[in-house]
Ligand binder design. Sequence first.
Ligand code: CA
Length: 219
Amino acid sequence: MRVLLAEDDQLLGDGVCVSLTEAGYATNWVTDGATAEAALKTEKYALLILDLGLPRRTGLEILRDMRARKDDTPVLVLTARDTVHDRVTGLDHGADDYLIKPFDMDEMHARVRALLRRSTGRSNPVLEHQTLKLDPAAHVVTREGNTVDISPREFAVLRMLLENRGKVLSRARLEEGLYSWGDEVESNAVEVYVHHLRRKLGPTLIRTIRGVGYTIDKG
Ligand code: CA
């Protein structure tokens, strides 16, 4: 899951970035509006966390322009200004939700999960496939009711495959969801995670489509 964070406050930005990364989101952090806009135009993000008060371009300008070009990436607005006017303007410009600073990290995570859930059209937060269950909120995977010990990156790969059941995800797409900018990408990382997942969850769950990528079948 790739998340773009646009926040010019170093301390807050760092805290949010670390917290998201620890939760398994590949997080790109930018500190001004122009860079945020450039990132949105070159990458596909599952979510944008957007400070309204940004240098070079304001959050509202970014929001207005992305909606105008039919970019429907979910947006969680951060605002220090607790006025009804700012919140209404943000929502009118196409924000999906907002948080008023200072906010609690647990609350932020809950809102992020809710937005991601809504954007993928699922009302049930737990992903299920046969006897397998993946709970994004609790970060837990169970098989036949037993908890499976799984690393954050294995979890991220499994989550992407489960959210896109019936579709084939390329190695590049899975890598993109795993890494943030600047992270070292080992060439066989995805293969290694898939190998571990098969060892833990059975050899038939994830199918390799030779030359294309990986898939989990529907049903
Ligand atoms: Ca700011």
